[in-house]
Design a protein around this ligand. Structure first.
Ligand code: ADP
Length: 491
């Protein structure tokens, strides 16, 4: 099959979180399976150009209709660690993607509505006719809408869309100006509850809802989260829409790219290791301590890597820092916040703990450092309020770092409690799970993990090895996505 992925991120060139990892990893898996994959992305000024090979201009003066006129774009082409990517650069005074950031602008809805339109126009003008267009998250929710309402009549009639939702919280909200800009010229028609009108705000259009309604198939990133979004409160108002379209909605657990996340060949860590020489991991722990000015003591290192956001349970992350210090463990945090209050809070903590030899908080985004932390830490905590899939627990396991997680979303499908799991046999258990959102729940899971590390090191090592043996590669999810593509291709 010929598959085009359209997204706002692709690791490592554009990565704000798990979306980037998924777009890259899934594309690679599909290619391994013999399919042809291309990726269309915005050309941000702040992306990691050092990860693109052979960047060159591929298409000049792509004229993208916008507000009844047009914006000219240049499209660049290059390889991101082997994947063929096209980067769209609009030449307009709006400077849509020259803002020094990926997200967080007041006109994000317009920026990505434009990107969606430009991506379709690019396919049309270059005569690219993929079997499948795979879109991701709210940023590309308008693609199936425009494809089936406009572009279908101009030559893209056989394309089928798979739409994957990585986070229901951010849905892309817009007004009638989005319709005017994109050429969806029938207000009453699109402002219908069966199409784009937001389920709870009658004056707003909802991009993600459009994606769900118009796509041929919709997935979210774990089966458990599919259930939570459809029947629980994790759909953020889209539960009813998912219910109406349940025949084409499912959850497919994300994988991680075993080539990128592999302690045996990882270039970012000083000492490569495998389950057979697990003791080498301790050398990375030493290197991590040296890098972050932590003292060398007989204590476990507990890590947190991720966005600092309400979704991630920041209050529990904060509590975990102090609880670890109290319980003779060291703590390393790598995270960044987009919310001002949370950012200030963690900067304050950083200054407060600056001279503590058992703790290091690194505020910011640092791909290279994240690899060393996965390799050097003994445990990783993921105390999320909700977690559609979660990659950090899977990456942690791959590096023999034991996860301590809250039992929600994809975390329940990937981490099985060493002491209490009801379903997996002992040899398949790989971490610690707690369920409540209070400090005591977190503490009890941390106690068990720290206790095992201090008093039963052999058993702790066995648990870490069992995590390393769990298979969370793209192998199974890759197969599932190919099955979905085949299913919708013939319709
Ligand atoms: P989400 O997509 O909700 O942000 P995931 O757990 O699915 O969370 O994916 C997070 C990805 O982003 C992982 O690859 C993780 O290593 C990476 N990551 C998150 N924060 C940082 C950071 N501050 N520095 C480096 N990598 C980060």
């Amino acid at each position: 099959m010929y598959i085009v992925q359209i997204a706002s991120e692709c690791a490592p060139v554009i990565k704000a979180g798990g979306l980037g990892d998924v777009v890259y990893g899934l594309s690679r898996e599909l290619e391994i399976r013999g399919h042809s994959v291309e990726i269309i992305l915005p050309k941000y000024d702040c992306m990691r150009y050092d990860h693109i090979w052979g960047l060159h201009e591929a298409y000049r003066d792509l004229s993208v209709p916008w507000y009844g006129a047009a914006i000219l774009c240049d499209v660049y082409c290059g390889w991101v660690h082997g994947r063929l990517c096209f980067f769209i650069e609009p030449r307009s005074g709006d400077q849509f993607f020259n803002r020094g950031c990926y997200y967080g602008c007041d006109d994000d809805n317009m920026r990505f509505a434009f990107f969606s339109k430009a991506a379709l126009e690019f396919l049309l003008r270059t005569n690219k006719r993929p079997d499948i267009i795979h879109c991701h998250d709210w940023q590309t929710g308008l693609i199936p809408v425009m494809l089936f309402e406009i572009y279908k009549y101009h030559g893209l009639e056989y394309q089928r869309v798979c739409y994957t939702i990585h986070n229901f919280k951010h849905q892309g909200i817009g007004g009638v100006d989005v319709l005017w800009a994109t050429g969806l010229n029938n207000e009453a028609y699109y402002f219908d509850y069966s199409r784009l009108r937001d389920n709870f705000n009658p004056f707003a259009l909802n991009f993600m809802k459009g994606g769900i309604v118009y796509s041929n198939f919709v997935t979210t990133v774990s089966p458990h989260h599919a259930w939570e979004a459809h029947l629980g409160d994790c759909g953020y108002g889209l539960g009813h829409t998912l219910h109406e379209h349940q025949h084409k909605f499912t959850g497919v657990l994300n994988g991680i790219d075993y080539n990128v996340w592999n302690p045996e060949i990882d270039d970012y860590i000083p000492f490569n290791y495998s389950p057979d020489d697990f003791q080498t991991k301790i050398k990375n722990k030493k290197a991590l301590r040296e890098k972050l000015w932590l003292r060398h003591v007989n204590q476990p290192v507990i890590a947190y890597i991720g966005r600092l956001d309400q979704q991630k349970g920041v209050h529990l992350v904060h509590h975990a820092i102090y609880y670890a210090l109290q319980r003779e463990a060291q703590f390393v945090l790598l995270g960044s916040a987009t919310e001002r209050g949370i950012n200030d809070w963690f900067w304050h903590e950083k200054h407060y703990l600056d001279h503590n030899p058992d703790c290091h908080l690194e505020i910011g985004f640092n791909e290279e450092l994240s690899h060393l932390i996965y390799a050097g830490a003994d445990m990783i905590i993921v105390p999320s309020n909700y977690e559609p899939c979660g990659l950090t627990q899977m990456i942690g396991m791959r590096y023999g770092t034991v996860p301590i997680v809250r039992g929600v979303g994809g975390l329940v499908s990937t981490v099985f409690d060493r002491d209490y799991d009801n379903h997996q046999p002992e040899e398949k258990r790989n971490g610690y799970v707690f369920y409540q959102t209070d400090n005591q729940a977190l503490e009890s899971a941390m106690d068990r993990a720290i206790g095992l590390w201090h008093y039963y090191p052999k058993e702790f090592r066995q648990l870490a090895l069992q995590g390393m043996e769990s298979d969370y590669s793209w192998n199974y999810p890759g197969k599932d996505y190919v099955g979905i593509y085949e299913h919708i291709r013939h319709r």
